[in-house]
Design a protein around this ligand. Structure first.
Ligand SMILES: NC(=O)c1ccc[n+]([C@@H]2O[C@H](COP(=O)([O-])OP(=O)(O)OC[C@H]3O[C@@H](n4cnc5c(N)ncnc54)[C@H](O)[C@@H]3O)[C@@H](O)[C@H]2O)c1
Length: 278
């Protein structure tokens, strides 16, 4: 441990259970000396295991639907009350698509679901930033991070409307990052994470094969939730003060690859198999 976050206070949105990326981030932030509030929806608090994380990290839980400005206002107000003023960091680890969950393909989306996907997975990031900005809740040189996926930039079969949500999420980081940096010296970034087996991740059909493909394509292999947590700690720390408005890949090199030897092996083998079957 490096005490990178000693004395820093924050809010962590989106830890549901021990598989959640936000769970790992919270554990690492705690190890590095941070104090924080944990937030999730009332339903997630009932079905998940957030209490266990709160006990482990000596944190308070504040329930909030991140699509509700009223709820967000209450979370930030409570955080400022609890910590006696402005905070240092915020994590947005929130995503959900009913089209993905209910198997509605991208050429047959339900538009109510589509609107919900955007509200939960992308507008909520804007809402968090706007709430923090209006309350002046984040200190100078504070840091806000949201979690994204490469499907925001390249097309991935079955990632569906979440791809659009991620594209918007990354754009919000740039647009709000400019204003927040200009006015308050607060930095705003997204981490584009490798596929990871979590509750949200498992919603994407074929996640196991996608993870295998991604792992074969990445020279360093898939980044785990722990890797993501380590990276996130650096972004919340004072070591990355001038990094803002970026979409930062934590993906073992996947996003720069076209074809790898390991993936080619599998491709060749399946072509051979096809010839045998033919
Ligand atoms: N798992 C992956 O493969 C992967 C890869 C890249 C990025 N991400 C992103 O990481 C983030 C965290 O997801 P995860 O994979 O850890 O899964 P997860 O299911 O553990 O986390 C998703 C969280 O979003 C919360 N949430 C849903 N609706 C909400 C709302 N209205 N208000 C507040 N919270 C709400 C859920 O309760 C849950 O805690 C998401 O943005 C996801 O898209 C995941």
């Amino acid at each position: 441990m490096y005490n990178l976050l000693k004395g820093k206070k924050g809010i962590i949105f989106g830890a549901l259970d021990s598989k959640s990326i936000a769970w790992h981030i919270a554990e690492r932030c705690y190890e590095e000396g941070a104090e924080f509030i944990l937030s999730n929806t009332p339903a997630a608090l009932r079905f998940g295991s957030l209490k266990e994380l709160a006990e482990k990290t000596n944190s308070e839980i504040v329930a909030a639907d991140a699509t509700s400005m009223e709820d967000l206002n209450a979370v930030f107000t409570r955080a400022m009350e609890k910590f006696g003023g402005q905070i240092d960091f915020v994590l947005h680890a929130i995503g959900m698509s009913l089209n993905v969950r209910k198997n509605r393909s991208y050429d047959d989306v339900d538009y109510n679901y589509y609107t919900k996907t955007m509200d939960i997975s992308a507008f909520s990031f804007h809402k968090i930033l706007q709430t923090a900005y209006k309350l002046d809740a984040i200190k100078e040189w504070g840091s806000v991070v949201a979690l994204s996926y490469v499907a925001g930039q390249r097309t991935f079969y079955r990632y569906n409307d979440m791809a659009d949500a991620k594209a918007l999420l990354e754009s919000i980081a740039r647009s709000f990052g400019y204003i927040y940096g200009r006015d308050r010296k607060v930095r705003v970034n997204t981490i584009s994470q490798s596929p990871t087996l979590t509750t949200a991740g498992s919603g994407v059909k074929g996640i196991d094969n996608l993870m295998d493909y991604s792992d074969r394509m990445s020279p360093l292999g898939n980044a785990t939730a722990e890797d993501c947590a380590n990276y996130c700690v650096t972004l919340f720390s004072d070591l990355t003060k001038k990094i803002t408005m970026q979409n930062l890949y934590n993906d073992g090199g996947f996003s720069s690859m076209g074809m790898s030897q390991k993936a080619m092996h599998v491709y060749n083998a399946s072509l051979e198999l096809e010839k045998i079957v033919d």
